[in-house]
Design a protein around this ligand. Structure first.
Ligand code: ADP
Length: 299
């Protein structure tokens, strides 16, 4: 299948009044798609809705001819989902758990299942631990098990929610490599608040905040949009507050103990600022803060 996932005017308000999704529309093609947003943006709500685990108040989702919100069973057979957290890790071995999940995915033949499970355990480097109980797995091992179960039975739609949050740099690299191996005819949605994840892996992306879509397109096009408008300056801690008042500051980082600020300004701001080439992090903060959309603010 090489159908796109088409989301139209999806909205969800939780019973406590939180508007998690506010008329989100987007088209997600095959390949690696990054869904970037700060904590609380609505990413998990969107991911769980696409994964048929919860219903929106209104709107629609289609995967090719499939109506995702109605034909849930059909979608689940095509779906690989790696949630943010599994919650419980039972005292069942990795092998037995995968075997059980493979049955649910419709692999009825025992021998085929054994081979599929073994191959998947090899691929995520857990084969030697196949008889060990999941409850005794380390964080990194749990993550790899999560990937194994998500990729079982050649899913056509893969959803990974905040996958690298708890990983050390080595584990993160291995995870990137595993994801990169998935075929190009598969839709992979990577939901994250980590800009680096999207930068390294995704050809298309969206930025959401407060349940709204702020940007959809390629990371490169997003950076190009800001080209010539991002300026940086290293300053003393005393100068920081004053600069925050005077300029549209999108980020503040400490570099060797000194604040380094990035601002957005259409015209050269003077005051010792130098122009920098925008990166995805600049795009992210500029979109989240909405600064580039309000050029009437005092610069
Ligand atoms: P993200 O994954 O981007 O962090 P979420 O989809 O988890 O965002 O949350 C979006 C908003 O909805 C947040 O304000 C969150 O507190 C709220 N929220 C999420 N789940 C629930 C729930 N079950 N009940 C009430 N509010 C929720």
């Amino acid at each position: 299948m090489s159908a796109s996932l088409v989301i139209e005017r999806l909205s969800k308000t939780y019973p406590n009044g939180t508007r998690a999704l506010d008329s989100i529309s987007m088209v997600i093609p095959c390949g690696m798609y990054g869904l970037l947003g700060p904590n609380g943006a609505g990413k998990s709500t969107l991911m769980r809705t696409i994964a048929t685990l919860q219903d929106p108040d209104s709107g629609s989702i289609h995967l090719g001819n499939l109506d995702v919100l109605k034909q849930k069973e059909d979608v689940r057979r095509l779906l690989g989902y790696l949630p943010q957290e599994f919650g419980v890790y039972p005292r069942v071995s990795a092998q037995d758990m995968l075997d059980h999940l493979a049955i649910l995915k419709g692999i009825g033949d025992r021998r085929e299942r054994r081979e599929t499970v073994a191959a998947m355990l090899q691929r995520v480097n857990l084969y030697q631990y196949r008889r060990k109980a999941l409850s005794g797995f380390s964080g990194g091992m749990k993550q790899r098990f999560g990937i194994a179960q998500a990729l079982l039975a050649n899913p056509q739609l893969v959803i990974v929610d905040e996958p690298t949050a708890g990983l050390d740099p080595g584990e993160r690299n291995r995870f990137y490599n595993l994801l990169a191996e998935i075929g190009e005819q598969v839709i992979v949605i990577l939901s994250t608040h980590i800009v680096q994840d999207v930068k390294e892996l995704c050809t298309q992306m969206a930025i959401i905040n407060e349940g709204r879509l702020l940007y959809a397109g390629s990371p490169q096009a997003a950076e190009d949009k800001l080209a010539g408008k991002v300026w940086q300056k290293s300053l003393s801690k005393q100068e920081l507050a004053e600069h925050q008042q005077q300029f549209r500051v999108i980020s503040t980082k400490l570099v060797a103990g000194r604040p380094l600020i990035h601002i957005v300004s259409d015209a050269p701001p003077g005051h010792g600022f130098e122009k920098v080439t925008p990166d995805l992090e600049d795009v992210f903060f500029a979109e989240i803060l909405g600064v580039h959309r309000t050029p009437s603010l005092p610069a």
